[in-house]
Write a protein that binds this ligand. Structure first.
Ligand SMILES: [Fe+2]
Length: 130
């Protein structure tokens, strides 16, 4: 991840995942929970960092140094990004099978693919354009 890139807040109902800082700079991850009315909860969130329990406030960045990992429990919203000034980060994920179409719940609506304003026919169509 380059500085300024981020994975926006999302959660999974089925997939359990570990996010790993595989190298480079520092990786920040924020967490939050919402209730059934999409209202953000203010209670602390417990996560496992390399197997050790850590309590965080909602939106409090957890900073993972290279080699560290965090387990993201189901239904916990999470966003992650490289820490400004720390350089590029290689973020990895070890998880159950990813079902992009049915198990990604974004806090704010985002598109799966960016919109393209075509000004000529595609030379090499993407899988969803044929
Ligand atoms: Fe995720």
């Amino acid at each position: 991840m380059q500085e300024g890139q981020e994975i926006p807040f999302h959660s999974h109902k089925i997939k359990l995942e570990d996010i790993i800082n595989r190298g480079g700079g520092d990786l920040a991850i924020e967490f939050l929970e919402i209730d059934n009315n999409n209202k953000q909860l203010s209670k602390k969130i417990t996560v496992l960092v390399d197997g050790e329990k850590i309590e965080l406030d909602p939106h409090e960045p957890l900073i993972l140094k290279k080699g560290q990992s965090v387990t993201v429990e189901r239904n916990i919203f999470h966003r992650f990004y490289s820490v400004k000034g720390s350089g590029m980060v290689m973020a990895g994920e070890v998880s159950q099978v990813n079902d992009d179409n049915n198990d990604n719940y974004f806090l704010e609506q985002v598109g799966r693919f960016s919109q393209i304003q075509e000004d000529e026919p595609p030379l090499h169509p993407l899988w969803n354009e044929v």
